[in-house]
Design a binder for this molecule. Structure first.
Ligand code: AP5
Ligand code: MG
Length: 221
């Protein structure tokens, strides 16, 4: 049985003694712009029921013009604001289904904030996934996505370049840190969506466990 009645009780200062009966895992997915973080996360959410939090999507949905301006310039928003937005979303979720954090953490400071938030919820990271992709291929993907989706940060090639430089400056040190401390799971994202999805799900055992069927579940004929 899952002892969590109201998940919002978990978020904040409360440290729960009894852990819920998890079916899903707590994941972080990282990688350069266009490496496929959103594509993988959406599929995992559709197929396996994971909660998917994309911090980029959260900012794009926000009505705050300052945040929208930052993202359109290819710059990160500040860590404190980002964490506040993230916490609000996490509070709405049932962690028993698993959570995939797409685009968070992006700085060493955010990594500490995530550990602390999860710790207060009685949770911890199961895996950190790193999608590796060459900048040239990732840029080509972003250019072709720009024709389908209307993202402000995809339109200008200079801004796309800036996103890669921001990533190198602020996120690459975190990747290095995770490589040393967390056994970062690195995957080549150049292999196509279907192959990549299967590889990650199988290697990290991300399929949800089948619910056990009892006689009463079987319809009587
Ligand atoms: P965010 O929205 O996260 O953008 P990003 O990191 O630049 O990554 P993208 O969303 O562009 O790419 P993706 O890796 O999701 O690839 P996708 O699946 O779409 O963040 C945007 C901005 O928000 C940041 O620049 C920053 O300003 C701000 N921000 C966000 N988080 C923040 C934080 N924590 N702190 C501060 N600021 C923050 O795939 C791309 C294309 O490739 C798609 O068309 C897809 O069909 C295709 N594709 C995907 N996978 C494959 C594959 N395996 N093979 C072939 N094609 C593929
Ligand atoms: Mg994305």
């Amino acid at each position: 049985m899952n002892p969590v009645k109201n998940f919002t009780d978990f978020v904040g200062e409360i440290i729960e003694k009894e852990l819920p009966d998890y079916q899903g895992k707590i994941l972080v997915i990282m990688g350069p712009p266009g490496s496929g973080k959103g594509t993988f996360s959406k599929r995992l959410s559709d197929k396996e029921g994971y909660n998917h939090i994309s911090t980029g999507d959260l900012i794009r949905k926000s009505k705050d013009p300052e945040l929208k301006a930052k993202i359109a310039e290819g710059e990160f928003i500040d860590d404190k604001t980002m964490l506040a937005m993230l916490r609000k979303e996490v509070k709405k979720m049932d962690p028993g289904k698993g959570i995939i954090f797409d685009g968070f953490p992006r700085t060493v400071k955010q990594a500490g904030m995530l550990d602390s938030m999860l710790g207060k919820m009685g949770l911890g990271l199961s895996h950190t996934i790193y999608l590796d992709l060459d900048e040239k291929i990732a840029t080509e993907r972003i250019i072709s996505r720009a024709e389908k989706e209307n993202r402000a940060d995809d339109k200008d090639p200079e801004i796309v370049k800036k996103r890669f430089r921001t990533y190198e400056e602020k996120t690459a040190p975190l990747i290095e840190l995770y490589q040393k401390s967390r056994k970062l799971k690195k995957f080549d994202s150049g292999v196509g969506i279907d192959r990549l999805y299967k590889k990650i799900v199988n290697q990290l055992d991300l399929k949800k466990s089948e619910p056990s069927t009892t006689k009463s579940d079987t319809p009587s004929s």
